[in-house]
Design a protein around this ligand. Sequence first.
Ligand SMILES: Nc1ncnc2c1ncn2[C@@H]1O[C@H](COP(=O)(O)OP(=O)(O)OP(=O)(O)O)[C@@H](O)[C@H]1O
Length: 597
Amino acid sequence: MKKSILQEIQDTVSQYAKIIAHVIRVDVEIVDVNLFRIAGTGIYADRINEDMSNEGFVYKHVLMTGKSQFIEEPGKHELCSICPREGCCDEKLELCTPITLGEEIIGVIGLICFKEAQKNQLLQDLNFYQLFLEQIADFISAKAYEQQESKRNQRMLDVLLQVINNVGKGVLVLNRSNQIVQINDSACKQLQLSADCLDQPIAIAATHDSLLGVDEYKVTIDHHTFFLMGELLSVESGLSAYDRIFIFNEIKNVKSGIYDLTKVEIPVTLDNIVGCSPVTQQLKTKLTKIADSNSTVLIIGESGSGKEVVARAIHAIGNRRDKPFIGINCAAIPDTLLESELFGYVKGAFSGADPRGKIGKFELANKGVIFLDEIGDMPLYLQVKLLRVLQERKLVRIGSNQLISLDIRVIAATNKDLRELIKEKKFREDLYYRLNVIPLEVPPLRKRVEDIKPLVDSMIVKYGGLFNKQICGIDRETMGILLQYSWPGNIRELENTVEFMINMADENGWLTKDTLPRSLVDSQVVQPVEQAEEEFKSLRQVEQEHILQVLRRFGDTTQGKLAAAKQLGIGIATLYRKLREMEEAAKDTDLYRDDHL
Ligand SMILES: Nc1ncnc2c1ncn2[C@@H]1O[C@H](COP(=O)(O)OP(=O)(O)OP(=O)(O)O)[C@@H](O)[C@H]1O
């Protein structure tokens, strides 16, 4: 059963009972609203916490009526008529009065005489004892009120702390000595503190930068510095223990809010790089090798060939996978805006800017990966600034003088010949070398014809699912046309084509020549010669591809190689030799070299 309020303050109530009994030399009994004896002296001292509902008939009446009772002859009073001790009660006199809390009756306090002398003492000055008893009932009531208020305050504080803990923002309460007196879970997490950090000194100073309308503060605690976006509020309590409240977010949390809003999350892994051609396989192997490195990557490839897919895969399989991947297309943003998009600006940086300031892509990508697409289109003056950022790994927001450290992996991509641009003085040579640490070439689709079939298959699954349309597959003749086409728009064009064909196809039907876009059918007539030349492979190439295909079936283990050699009808030593030759050939033709890592 829930404790009554008198039970909660039982110690105080007992003290009162003992003192009164000692002073007036009459026994005292106090019961709560449930007729539990909360305090008692004399013969009742050993019977505290007893349930009195079968005997306390006078108390029950007081609890019901809220009126004091004077029983001059206990056992003979009409209230005693149902008491088992009717007519043989030991008590000589009883005077009791209710204890109230507001409108509510919360108990009864009684004076009980067991001796004639005590009875005479009370009878001589009954009014005085009545007032005295009421006064004591008021004291107990005041104490109960205090208890109720403190419980209410505690409950409010609990609710407040619960709210504070769930706001997601960091909340710190500081005293006048700049020590932490209250901290929520989010603040502990963001500042890497444990819950026992109370009393720890902390320094909070405004940097005077403001982004997205929120002020930035430099917070130093235990020799660690954090840059936090938030509000520092004065507490008007007049209590030195509660001087200021700091409500904040780490810049990365502010950023991740924006990041979450802006990112179109299509998780990309190596499996999303569809294709079984040797070049695609080699590309995937390289991606695995470079994924965890911090070195800058320059992806070169024609438009639509999958440069962004490759960049996303590096992020997804690398050790920054849990951090942001922020892409920016340098060609798609007007030159005048590109600088502020990349580096951000603070409140009041320049006229026409968002008055609240803006976080740049570099800062958004901090700790993660920034993907600078179409880097060849970056204006020269920004190339200088980018070079400085890449060299120093620090940036300054426009309009600010604060240096921000960057821990970032840069992946740039271009479909332009940067060396040619350097010759034309449109691209800085020093920036080219900064970016070209790990060059990756994504070959055009026409140079990896083996990828077309698996790509088409995966696209049929994707778009069939998206359009909720059952497609049986693609017929041989149509596939032949796709294999022969030169795909100037690369995989993007292939994807659009398959999407178009699925739209044209019948439910439960096949992708046939009739579903092909007209332009593609027409192009077959015009262009066959150019591709034909490329599709005649040398015997060596055919042999290598066959070996790789068999190996893929049996696996790259020693057992797999033994089985593959058997299947190919050659000895294991010959297989190893051929693989070595392939490796050598791949290194010679490659832009990328292992010794770059
Ligand atoms: N290997 C692949 N497997 C499956 N889909 C791919 C592959 N490569 C590219 N794609 C798809 O092709 C389309 C174009 O890819 P992506 O945007 O990566 O090309 P890009 O080279 O970055 O193009 P651009 O130069 O125009 O920016 C995307 O829809 C992408 O999902």
